[in-house]
Design a protein around this ligand. Structure first.
Ligand SMILES: Cc1cc2nc3c(=O)[nH]c(=O)nc-3n(C[C@H](O)[C@H](O)[C@H](O)COP(=O)(O)O)c2cc1C
Length: 346
């Protein structure tokens, strides 16, 4: 049985889960069109996840993917936190933010027992992870209800590690990809290579099917990835302008502008390297900062700046996640985009 048969989909297109930029509406549209829609849960409470999954179940009988982060929550480091807030202090003054109002806690929560309990009620056919895998027990729970388990690899070593721990397919995430690097065996960004360098090496290194991600934006890109051995592709950036995505106005405007041609890996928004369109915060404090607190703690100090700036129509402090190839971004219904992407795939 090939990957598409195993996933129960008609088209070799997996819509990348994009936490903060989409919910069930995009997942439903892509799944209904014959691809695999994805529901990101990294920024959802268990209750919010339940609501989104109930919405998907009510809207479609087609398969869908549910996605989680599985980072190890960091220990809070007061010294680093203070250094980071000091670095941002001029911006707090400029925008009139009271540093005492900055929230504490974790804005992104890893997959855990509580998510797994709620997820089991829905028994989604596909579950994907970013930043490695949760414990063996949690992966086994997903397999126990019949889920097909995916995770992202950004190096050959990560692909082998994932295969050894029982993933059913590996997502080879090239350096072009928008959003967070899935890297988990290293934090050295010089190890990160492009999709068409990574993909054939991963295909040779593992026996499970490989899904290509990063910089794929049109039908010919899909065909090229399949020619290099991918069993399917995972596409994120191209969906960000569809009406079903929840991409905010300043992010949409940036994606549609010439500014989208210049992206970089940055850790200033969350503490982990992620690719976004270069903006003021990235230029002035990064794009990679040695003082940004570890993921996801860096995010808090930036949130109030983002809120103030966005209210004034500015994208200076917003994470403008985008891959290196924004040329496929189209403000057309996600179903139509999915069909266009798959148009030349046999
Ligand atoms: C806005 C945005 C948010 C993302 N959020 C997630 C996420 O929550 N979980 C995940 O596994 N991958 C996430 N990614 C990465 C995608 O899974 C995928 O690797 C990437 O979109 C592929 O490259 P492309 O953007 O060039 O198509 C995100 C990507 C973008 C653009």
């Amino acid at each position: 049985m090939n990957l598409l048969q195993r996933l129960g989909i008609d088209l070799p297109i997996i819509q990348a889960p994009m936490a903060g930029s989409q919910g069930s509406a995009l997942a439903i549209a892509v799944s209904e069109a014959g691809g695999l829609g994805s529901q990101p849960c990294a920024m959802l409470t268990v209750e919010a996840m339940r609501n989104e999954l109930a919405t998907i179940r009510a809207a479609t009988k087609k398969p869908f993917n549910v996605n989680f982060f599985c980072h190890t929550p960091p220990r809070a480091d007061a010294v680093r936190e203070t250094m980071w807030r000091d670095a941002l202090a001029p911006y707090y003054r400029e925008l009139g933010v009271d540093p005492n109002d900055i929230p504490k806690g974790a804005p992104r929560r890893p997959f855990d027992e509580e998510y797994a309990d709620a997820l089991a009620e829905f028994a989604p056919p596909v579950v994907s992870f970013h930043f490695g895998l949760p414990s063996r027990e949690l992966v086994e729970r997903c397999h126990a209800w019949g889920a097909f388990v995916l995770s992202s690899a950004t190096t050959v070593d990560e692909a082998r590690w994932l295969e050894d721990r029982g993933v059913d397919a590996v997502i080879a995430q090239g350096a072009e990809a928008g959003g967070h690097r899935g890297m988990f065996l290293t934090d050295d960004v010089t190890t990160q290579v492009g999709t068409f360098a990574l993909l054939p090496q991963v295909v040779r290194a593992v026996k499970v099917p490989v899904i290509a991600a990063g910089g794929i934006a049109d039908a010919s890109g899909v065909v090229a990835a399949l020619a290099l051995g991918a069993a399917a592709v995972q596409i994120g950036t191209a969906y960000l302008l569809t009406p079903e995505a929840t991409t905010g106005p300043v992010h949409r405007a940036a994606l549609a502008s010439d500014a989208a041609r210049v992206t970089a890996l940055t850790n200033v928004f969350t503490g982990r390297p992620a690719r976004g369109i270069v903006n003021r915060l990235m230029r002035e404090t990064g794009p990679m900062s040695s003082i940004a607190p570890p993921f996801p703690l860096a995010a808090f100090a930036v949130l109030p700046l983002r809120a103030k700036a966005e209210a004034a129509g500015s994208s200076d402090f917003s994470p403008l996640w985008s891959g290196q190839n924004p040329s496929g971004c189209k403000a057309i219904p996600a179903a139509q985009l999915t069909r266009e992407l798959a148009a030349d795939a046999a």
